[in-house]
Design a protein around this ligand. Sequence first.
Ligand SMILES: [Zn+2]
Length: 338
Amino acid sequence: MRLLFLSLCSIVLVLAGCAAPAAPAAPSANGAASPVLRIVTTVSPITNIAYNIAGDRAQITGIVPEGVNSHTFEPAPSDAKTMAEADLIFINGLKLEEPTLALAEANKNDEAEIVLLGDLTVTPEEYVFDFSFPKEAGSPNPHLWPNPDFGLRYAEIIRDTLSARDPAGADYYNANYTAFAARIEALKEAIRATVNSIPAENRKLLTYHDSWAYFAPIYGMTVIGAIQPSDFAEPSARDVADIITQIKAEKVPAVFGSEVFPSPILEQIAKESGAQYVDDLRDDDLPGAPGEAQHSYLGLMVNNMVVMAQALGGDPSLIENFDTSNVPGADGSVLQNQ
Ligand SMILES: [Zn+2]
């Protein structure tokens, strides 16, 4: 009797198995089979922070190609179509990308939302004005993201914006944010340790492009000057002479150029002042190529800290092995204008 019962059970199970519909494909980690939102971003650090929160649940297009001057960048007419199809458009603001903002406002669809991350991160009282971004010109230094706390604030605004637009993805966006926040905390510790390994008298940044105004004071470094004038032309002979005098007086070990702004003036300044010329700081050109692990906001920050530590007498080993990969994995799905 007992045997018969088991046999019947087996038959029922086999029949049930045959009749069952084909199992659905395993849901992807983001909970959606295809992108739910279309997002447009501008500079690559913002593109990457957006990717860390949205993952493949959004199709992200970065408008500003890496390695171009984002401050003077003019979007192509073809970018208008991308703008028109977007649900959300994330822009740094603080007047960094005025032509791109104008194109977005002119072409976005009625339901689309433009979010100015920088303007939502600092108040006018926190604006920094300096040589390259003088107060009389009316635009503060827009480089907020080299300060990791501000990078995390961008991520928070992006999480909240995505969650409001796509409530079904809110848990996914929040989980990514939580993981990203933990990485930012670890990054801040590694930056602090690296800066502290630089002899105190060397914790000075003299840069060509003026990207470190919101970073340096937090980590005990001083921006003693920037060379690039506010119109992004070359500095005058008088400015160059003054800088050489300043480098000698302050015994600055290195002058930092950037990959995006090669300048023969920097070589001249280095030669005449005795400072080392280092030309590979980056502010909106991520290291590596899209789809590679170090092509990330974290990779950008780590790369810059290694460059600074090497040039200023610090210990780059305190940060060079930091995990710079993206929370949702490599960013091969991001469409980045080149
Ligand atoms: Zn810049």
